[in-house]
Design a protein around this ligand. Structure first.
Ligand code: SAM
Length: 380
């Protein structure tokens, strides 16, 4: 069977996700279409499994069931009741439905949800209940997420194959201040263009997300190998296909990574980072040190600096941060000439404080805040 897939990724990261998709051979270059908020392509059941298992920057993988015109509620219910819900829902399984309506006659999302819920019940000849809990770790029988999008009277209905968002790899149980989402950390390492041979250093590592994602990528460890996915609860879940996909992933892991160094001045953050790295299976691949950025001692390079330095939201923090960014720039010029640097920052004035020659055209959002990806080569 051929599945139409929509891989959702954070705004501004779609091109990176598209490169991952084609790089993994999930779709040919000309068959993966980048659209706002994600990437569209198609594939078989194994592609659905591999996309969930392997994509480092995706937030979820949706399977598109159908797109049809809907200008009245009766028509919406009839058309939605023709979709093959029995392939994605077990008897008695609750559903979570998310609906958005734009420039459409049907503009009341709650009413759309009610009709789609009714349509699922019509198809399954059963009463289906709504439930918001889609995460297998939080609910005994997690709800299957259904996504309905009405745009200019065209209704697209999709089911989620991921379950908990894909950034939840399972390793980051210990957190420090302002942790970065795993998908953004992976995106930063990919955007940096790290060659996975030269050293990589994060001098503001916090709970370790950037070096851990770097180590997972360097060792070709599938980010989803330790978690469950919504597709595992589908009635036609092909256990043998999944087991073969997972076994192939494990067989493709590499034993070593190049030097990955991570430091932070906060001892609690370093402890959290070390336990997260151990859970991710990469503790031996990362050298953690508790030290201020002023004390970094990079190995012979050049290599890559990839970091998420603190950026404040309170004005009172600005003076300290300006000093910290100026120091960051000075330290890099002194110790890392010709290294490449990639860092996230919400404030261009702080980026300028580094006096590094960086370009900042890439914009992402982190925790609702617009952030820039600053990238360049360090000149002494
Ligand atoms: C935004 S957080 C990094 C979060 C990290 N990427 C994660 O995913 O957990 C910034 C980190 O910089 C550290 N930090 C602040 N000033 C520092 C300094 N002068 N030297 C080293 N680390 C510093 C903080 O302790 C904090 O952990």
């Amino acid at each position: 069977m051929n599945y139409q897939l929509f891989v959702a990724s954070a705004p501004g990261m779609e091109d990176i996700t598209a490169r991952e998709i084609t790089g993994l051979g999930l779709a040919r270059d000309d068959a993966a279409e980048t659209v706002p908020g994600g990437v569209e392509f198609s594939g078989d059941l194994e592609t659905v499994y591999r996309a969930n298992l392997w994509l480092r920057t995706a937030s979820r993988v949706l399977v598109r069931l159908s797109t049809f015109y809907a200008t009245d509620f009766a028509g919406l219910r009839t058309k939605a009741s023709r979709l093959p819900w029995e392939r994605y829902l077990r008897p008695g399984q609750p559903v979570a439905i998310r609906a958005t309506c734009h420039q459409s006659r049907l503009y009341h999302s709650d009413a759309v949800i009610e009709r789609v819920l009714g349509a699922i019940g019509d198809r399954l000849s059963a009463t289906v209940t709504l439930d918001a809990a889609t995460d297998a770790e939080e609910a005994e029988q997690p709800a299957q997420l259904v996504v309905v999008r009405l745009f200019k009277n065209r209704c697209t209905v999709s089911v989620d194959s991921s379950g908990a968002l894909l950034h939840r790899r399972g390793y980051r149980l210990a957190t420090a201040k302002a942790p970065l989402r795993e998908t953004l950390a992976a995106g930063l390492v990919l955007a940096a263009g790290w060659d996975r041979r030269a050293p990589l250093l994060d001098p503001f590592c916090g709970s370790g997300t950037i070096p851990i994602e770097a180590a997972l990528w360097a060792r070709n460890i599938a980010p989803g190998k330790a978690r469950n996915f919504a597709f595992m609860a589908w009635p036609d879940f092909a256990l043998a296909v999944w087991e073969a996909t997972l076994a192939a992933a494990i067989a493709a892991e590499r034993p070593d990574a190049p030097p990955i160094l991570a430091s932070d001045r906060d001892a609690g953050a370093i402890r959290a980072a070390q336990s997260n790295a151990a859970r991710a299976g990469v503790a031996d691949d990362i050298a953690f040190t508790c030290q201020a950025v002023s004390a970094i001692a990079p190995p012979p390079g050049p290599g890559w600096i990839v970091a998420n330095p603190p950026y404040g939201v309170r004005v009172s923090e600005n003076k300290d941060l300006r000093n910290l960014y100026a120091q960051f720039g000075n330290v890099l010029r002194a110790h890392c000439p010709r290294w490449r640097v990639t860092f996230l920052c919400s404030d261009l004035a702080l980026v300028r404080q580094t006096r590094l020659s960086v370009e900042t055209s890439r914009v992402w959002t982190n925790g609702g805040l617009r952030v820039r990806v600053a990238q360049g080569v360090i000149r002494s």
